[in-house]
Design a binder for this molecule. Sequence first.
Ligand code: C2O
Ligand code: CU
Length: 504
Amino acid sequence: MNRRIAVYWAVTMSMVAACSDEGGASSNDAVQNGIPTVISVEPMAGPALLTVAQDLDPQPNVVEVYLEAKVSTHELAPGVMTELWTYNGFFPGPTIEAKVGDTVRVRLANKLPEATTIHWHGLRVPASMDGVPTMQSPIQPGQEFTYEFVVPDAGTFWYHPHIRSDVQVERGLLGVVVVRGENEPATTTDTVVVLDDVLVLKSGELVAFGADQVMVGRQGNLLLANGKANPTFLLQPNGIHRFRFVNGANARFFRLRFDGASAVQIGTDGGLLPSPQALDELLLVPGERAELVVTAHANAGKSTSWVSAPYDRGHGTGAAPEAVVFMTKTHGDAVEPPPMLPSPLTKIEALGKPVANRTLVFQEMEGMNHGTGSGGGGHAGHGDPTTGGGVMPPMFMFNGKMWPNPETFSGHLGTTEDWVLDNQAEMDHPFHLHGFRFQLVDADGQASPQKGWRDTVNVAAKQKVTIRVDVRDNAGEWMFHCHILEHAENGMVGIFNVAPDGGP
Ligand code: C2O
Ligand code: CU
């Protein structure tokens, strides 16, 4: 460990030390609502490109992948070794690449000490393949399950467990699915970047999970891009470089700033935008994806720091200072002539008249601190020995209801619905809907300028956002929830039941 890391560890660890002893997680005045200080580390050497999953089926329109969920140890920052749960020993897991219309078959073998599932976030798959425990029996240790579905849309999607997701995703179970369409813009490079954070001790061990991490979600003290602290992505000078960003963190909102780089946004959760949009920062909330194209400087040797800037999502979260997530650096000979993005990029169809107008009110109730020693508070039934107690966690609701007695909407296939997401809570909640895509209609009465497809949208504290849901395929029971995983695990989940008939 070098000197710079050691200094920051010393500062940070006094703050998280209170959470480190087994079964005794307690709140600490230095950690306001469990928001620890980010550790500053030296850049990781070497490329941070994700491994692409091997396609085991020779047929051109079938992608078959074997995933083994297992324990493995990873160097996240220089000298920081962390035992994680991973797919095939990769963190993040292998990227599954497919074309629109392909059949994707994934055999998952569970070699973990507890049950798991895989949810295909953003992919419109049949409800039986969605990986939620209401539609699938969890895959027990030593068991296997094969997921199979056709991928209907181009875009950047991701996969993660949908059982104890607060713990399982933090431990490292996540990966990306890239689906390409016929008219992808030609770019110099096309790179997936998973933004994440983990909460670790000086030893590299994950800090114990505890009820004190629920209010604002478990926010990490080590920022990661593709599983590494502060890696560098090389850009060919003059090139146009596509980055597919995925926020895989439990709770952190990445407000990415990249002063000095020239970037446009070309895609959202559900693929390309109609045309590139200028931007000088990107807010990416948990679960969300965005695609940027960075035009590299004409000369080699120019670098840009991509920082996570302060963002106030309520309850004191705005106080965290800015920290570097990764770097880009120009390298090699320039691309000649400089390439250009096509415009328009794609067409996005307007949706029909909504047949239903629903309102979903977001609410939260603060928890109570009972001191230490009660053990496992709020995580009853989870049975995790690393779950500390002592604090009664806060509660999160939709329309006054909490999982497992959720608000339940009933809809019909072949329709369009408008949902007003009315956040009356004291903090932002990133909303995610399974099974269907939506478009933004307005936020606080202002028409949304962005016409992309989404499955995840931030609803800021006290904000009202209207979304238009395309209830097109796949009848069945679907979840919607806050993607701060601790909020979902503590009640903020609802059900959208879609009948196969066409009528409203
Ligand atoms: Cu990415 Cu229901 O989740
Ligand atoms: Cu939330």
